[in-house]
Design a protein around this ligand. Structure first.
Ligand SMILES: NC(=O)c1ccc[n+]([C@@H]2O[C@H](COP(=O)([O-])OP(=O)(O)OC[C@H]3O[C@@H](n4cnc5c(N)ncnc54)[C@H](OP(=O)(O)O)[C@@H]3O)[C@@H](O)[C@H]2O)c1
Length: 431
């Protein structure tokens, strides 16, 4: 993981020394971490402080009595804790607390993807300047050791591409539309009722959560310098039940896919709903499970999958980072992993699925074929299922590989034609 630098010969002989931990944020993940830390006998990891606002309502009897509960952050800063464990989430005040901890000579472990996606490089620099470590193995794909696996386990390869399912809420909603045959709105309502989605679910369904994780993955696996805003993002809101019917006819299903690919000096990066083959690793992931597939120049494909969220799986990743620190924190700051600036583009070259909904009349296919042909886009197939009303007839055209921007230009013209009852909806069909 970017976060856990390669062992030097000096570190190889490292042994675990006692590591004192101040836990900041006693919520879903914080409680699970405290449970693991307090149940490990003879561990080098020692919980010394629990910080939370209005801390009295957080106290639990199973935390040992010597642990200090506080709602004053200065208690944590001035303490002899070696590590600040940030599990509050969000940008502020988390960023200020992490900065102050590093500046005061404490290492930091966090699961905060938004903080690392937005401020990761500068916080890592601050950690190095203060000869401390900043570890964030739980910030992507919860309990799956994907950052560590990419940086350490696959460190000998040159990773060219990563794709994955990084948001369990989207996966749940899409699976419900597919299996229970309900609308997007109904599936979202169910996800919210079951506590899988926030009241404001935009962060998940519009792709911003996955974009933050993809940013961290692309820095780690592809060594690319990029900001979350550079990743093109499309919502899953427009996916309908009929799209699954047509996707199945094509041997595919639909998932929210995050992908990043390095080609020469360009990083192609995007988060969007896409068709994936039903036989692919991406199609087999259900519920809150996450998957990341990496493609290396020498080693080919590697698949990481498991629980992408939840207090306990995420806590395992956090405790693994703490154990790494217990072994290595005395060995000085990590060297920066090499990264380089790339131009970032969402203009992938793929095959495409385009679903139309039209008031049927003669000449529609000819009109569409004419526009695609003028834009030098080859039509692959036309799919039309029986049994739909002619006044809102859904049918699909699949297109051979072409750049997204070329498709956008053609669809711009197509939208102006007079037979649509809903705007055309397109998705890439991944190889
Ligand atoms: N939950 C997961 O499955 C999961 C998976 C991967 C990564 N993560 C990451 O892990 C981190 C923690 O997530 P979580 O699910 O444990 O969140 P959570 O349940 O909301 O817990 C956050 C805790 O921090 C406290 N807190 C928030 N703002 C505070 C403030 N300004 N001052 C003092 N205390 C404050 C909250 O106190 P109150 O009770 O008063 O609100 C709560 O106890 C986040 O960065 C999240 O993205 C979570």
């Amino acid at each position: 993981m970017v976060t856990s630098p390669k062992l030097t010969s000096r570190e190889e002989g490292a042994i675990e020394s006692e590591c004192r931990i101040a836990l900041v944020g006693f919520g879903t993940v914080g409680r699970s971490v405290a449970r693991i830390l307090t149940s490990r006998a003879n561990s080098s990891l020692k919980l010394t402080h629990v910080f939370n606002r209005n801390v009295d309502r957080k106290r639990v009897e199973w935390v040992p009595s010597e642990v200090r509960w506080t709602q004053d952050f200065d208690d944590v800063l001035k303490s002899d804790a070696d590590v600040l464990l940030e599990l509050v989430g969000g940008l502020e005040p988390a960023e200020q607390w992490v900065r102050r901890a590093l500046e005061s000579g404490k290492s930091v472990v966090t699961a905060n993807k938004q903080l690392i996606a937005r401020r990761g490089p500068e916080l890592l620099k601050l950690a190095r300047e203060n000869r401390q470590h900043l570890l964030y193995g739980a910030s992507v794909a919860g309990g799956i050791p994907v950052l560590l696996g990419l940086q350490e386990g696959l460190g000998g390869d040159r990773i060219l591409r990563i794709s994955g399912i990084l948001n369990g809420t989207c996966n749940y909603i899409l699976s419900q539309i597919e299996n229970v045959k309900i609308s997007f709105a109904e599936a979202l309502e169910q996800a919210q009722a079951k506590g899988f989605a926030e009241a404001n679910a935009s962060e998940d369904i519009d792709g911003f959560d996955a974009r933050a994780k993809l940013t961290i993955l692309a820095r780690t696996a592809l060594g690319a310098e990029l900001e979350p805003e550079q990743v093109s993002t499309r919502s899953i809101r427009e996916v309908e039940e009929i799209d699954f019917a047509y996707a199945h006819d094509l041997g595919c299903t639909i998932r929210q896919i995050s992908q990043a690919e390095l080609k020469a000096d360009t990083l192609f990066a995007g988060v969007q709903p896409a068709l994936v083959s039903q036989s692919s690793a991406l199609a087999r992931v259900t519920g809150s499970q996450n998957v990341v597939v990496s493609a290396g120049e020498f080693g080919g494909e590697t698949v990481f999958s498991g629980h992408g969220a939840g207090g306990d799986p995420t806590a395992v990743a956090v405790v693994s980072d703490l154990l790494w620190l217990a072994r290595n924190r005395r060995n000085g700051a990590a060297e920066a992993a090499p990264t380089s600036k790339k131009s970032v583009s969402g203009d992938f070259k793929t095959a495409h699925y385009v679903r139309f909904k039209v008031a049927d009349k003669p000449g529609i296919l000819a009109a569409l074929a004419n526009v695609f042909s003028r834009h030098e886009i080859n039509v692959d197939a036309v799919l039309q299922r029986a049994g739909h009303s002619k006044s809102a007839l859904p049918f699909v055209i699949t297109l051979e590989h072409c750049r997204v921007e070329k498709l956008r230009a053609a669809l711009g013209e197509i939208r102006a034609l007079d037979f649509h009852v809903a705007p055309p909806f397109d998705m890439p069909i991944l190889d």
